[in-house]
Design a protein around this ligand. Structure first.
Ligand code: FAD
Ligand code: NAP
Length: 539
């Protein structure tokens, strides 16, 4: 032990969520320590420095809304900002609001234990520091615990390997190299076109093809920046009350009610917008009716056939095994066109499965491939991974990872029965990953901060979700999920990318606006569904 400290709150993680949480707690006069494994702020945008990394929500929307001054002074340059630009923005926020002084970098929280007699958390770090806090706020990220492929021989390969989620800060020069990349999710879809520009030879190992939409990225016009800045408040309000945190015109018709020509015209106009949601939100039943979904899926497959010269390669790249939107869709720049290059090859792992890594490369059931470097674009142990990596123990020593052994259980995705004074920002069973995440992050942080302030004002020492409220929320989230096609896909939303992880739909599909209203109603009713305990009643 090097130091012991007593604070009002410990926040774990200094990404977009942790920084805003620190800002809000400080604003309410609460002492806070933030711990961050990395040596800088930014979370996702600090770690994911792979070539081509960028946001697929528009910059003017994927930004904090809490400070009108910040909104006015920051100037985004591109419609979809690059990772370096977002990281510059997050660093600017940390400096502008003087946040770094309460953040301890290069320090991982390894355990947190709740003491019922003091109503406080003891938080232990890997540097031996112990901090005592009333509130433990997890800003650990939904997509922060990266995952390697489950394949024998990971340490056998003699060349360098890279995971997109832990990219070297100094970058990687692939010039003249033979490179293999495993995975075709969003990270791969973004990085493949850029890596292919450098390599002598790039081989893409695909297990499940993605549905990817052309981003139509471009520099922002000064006029559109000015116009957004004039009207930012109204836009932010529209974000907060929308379904996905991105305002769109709401559909009124089923895809099956209209003629094929009309449908095609609608999808084409959605495609021309170059956004993640424009086709998804075209009709009321895209995410609920397989037949309706098939029409959108076929539209995207048709685009793939137009973009890829070789019909066989186009077919291999065409998703057919799951509905459009039920695995997170991708937004790309030249992804499919990259497969027209003579130095880019596609291997279908469904036909020839990955067997092992070898000294010189990797082997599928068909042959060995030799590489100078291998990239793993194999994703994350999403939603729960970063939380269960920490030994979190609530009342009576119960471990969060045991409680969640059959899948995450929470009340509103923000609190867990048996774990008083613990909050999970964008936790499982909240809209989180189904939205523009900054909108969901700000909503949770505001709600959590108001809750902590409410407790302070009334001398409440502990707040805990009741088991009944938790059961009710879990059932509601499941029911909402089951009314959609999401559970029909093997996706990280369902935990199915991690062997042995329970198959549970881990996000709330009710919509960002609806969810916000539910949370506000709970607060307005004096935190309905929570048990509140006077300060130190048992001490
Ligand atoms: P994170 O940014 O993940 O930050 C969590 C931090 O917690 C990390 O820095 C981590 O090191 C730290 N941490 C975790 N565990 C510990 C511990 N035990 N001790 C100390 N520190 C710990 N969302 C969108 O809405 N739009 C997008 O276009 C988009 N693009 C994305 C692109 C990529 C490549 C990825 C991976 C995600 C993307 N996301 C996107 C989701 C993105 O994660 C969120 O938008 C947002 O950045 C999450 O912020 P956060 O602060 O909640 O979590
Ligand atoms: P991902 O979507 O989970 O993709 C991982 C890829 O690796 C999948 O194609 C997966 O195949 C493959 N894979 C995993 N294990 C494998 C194995 N053992 N053998 C063969 N293939 C394997 O991860 P990601 O691309 O990093 O993206 C994760 C999420 O982060 C995204 O969904 C998105 O929310 C966010 N993100 C956003 C952007 C953006 O555009 N702004 C960019 C990157 C990430 P299967 O599908 O068969 O499992």
């Amino acid at each position: 032990m090097t130091e012991s400290r007593k604070v009002d709150a410990v926040v774990v993680g200094a990404g977009i969520a942790g920084l805003y949480q620190l800002y809000k707690l400080r604003e309410r006069g609460m002492t806070t320590r933030v711990f961050e494994t990395g040596d800088g702020v930014g979370g996702t945008w600090y770690w994911n420095r792979y070539p081509g990394a960028r946001c697929d929500v528009e910059s003017l929307s994927y930004s904090y809304s809490f400070s009108p001054e910040l909104e006015q002074e920051w100037n985004w340059t591109e419609r979809y900002p690059t990772q370096p630009e977002i990281l510059r923005y997050v660093n600017h926020v940390a400096d502008r609001f003087d946040l770094r002084k309460d953040i301890t970098f290069s320090t991982r929280v390894v355990s947190a234990v709740y003491d019922d007699s003091t109503q406080r958390w003891r938080v232990d770090t890997d540097t031996g520091e112990i901090v005592d806090a009333q509130f433990l706020i997890m800003a650990t990220g939904c997509l922060s615990r990266s995952k390697l492929p489950e394949v024998p021989g990971l340490d056998r390969f003699q060349g360098p390997t890279y995971h997109t989620g832990h990219w070297p800060h100094e970058g990687v020069d692939f010039t003249g190299m033979r490179v293999g990349i495993i995975g075709t999710g969003s990270s791969a879809v973004q990085s493949i076109p850029v890596i292919a520009e450098q390599t002598a030879d790039l081989t893409v190992f695909q297990r499940t093809p993605a549905y990817s939409i052309a981003a139509l990225n471009r520099p922002l016009e000064q006029s559109e920046i000015d116009s957004m800045k004039t009207d930012y408040r109204a836009w932010r309000e529209a974000q907060r009350t929308s379904g996905f945190g991105v305002p769109v015109e709401l559909p009124t018709q089923s895809a099956l009610e209209v003629s094929e020509e009309e449908r095609f015209a609608k999808y084409e106009s959605g495609w021309q917008k170059g956004t993640l949601v424009s086709i998804l939100a075209g009709y009321t039943d895209t995410l609920t009716n397989r037949e309706a979904n098939d029409t959108a899926a076929e539209f995207i497959r048709r685009k793939i056939r137009e973009r890829v010269n070789d019909p066989e390669v186009a077919e291999t790249l065409s998703p057919r095994s799951y509905p459009f939107g039920t695995k997170r869709p991708c937004l790309d720049t030249n992804y499919y066109e990259t497969f027209n290059k003579p130095n880019v090859h596609l291997v279908d792992l469904r036909k020839t499965p990955l067997v092992e890594l070898t000294e010189n490369g990797l082997r599928t059931s068909e042959q060995e491939y030799e590489f100078d470097a291998i990239v793993f674009a194999t994703g994350f142990d999403a939603m729960t991974g970063a939380l269960t990596a920490i030994d979190i123990r609530g009342k009576d020593g119960i471990a969060l990872r045991e409680k969640w052994a059959e899948g995450p259980r929470s009340y509103l995705g923000v609190a867990v029965a048996g774990f008083p004074n613990l909050f999970t920002i964008t936790g499982p069973s909240s809209p989180s990953v189904l939205s523009n995440m900054i909108v969901s992050i700000e909503q949770h942080v505001d709600w959590i901060t108001d809750c902590a302030a409410y407790m302070r004002e009334r001398g409440i020492g502990a707040i805990e979700a009741t088991s009944e409220a938790e059961d009710g929320w879990v059932a509601h989230v499941e029911e909402a999920g089951n009314a959609t096609l999401y559970p029909t896909a093997d996706s990280w939303y369902m935990g199915s990318n991690v062997p042995g992880k329970p198959r549970v739909f881990m996000a709330y599909i009710g919509g960002v606006g609806v969810y916000r209203q539910l949370c506000d109603e709970v607060a307005a009713k004096g935190y309905e569904g929570f048990a509140l305990e006077g300060a130190m009643t048992r001490a």
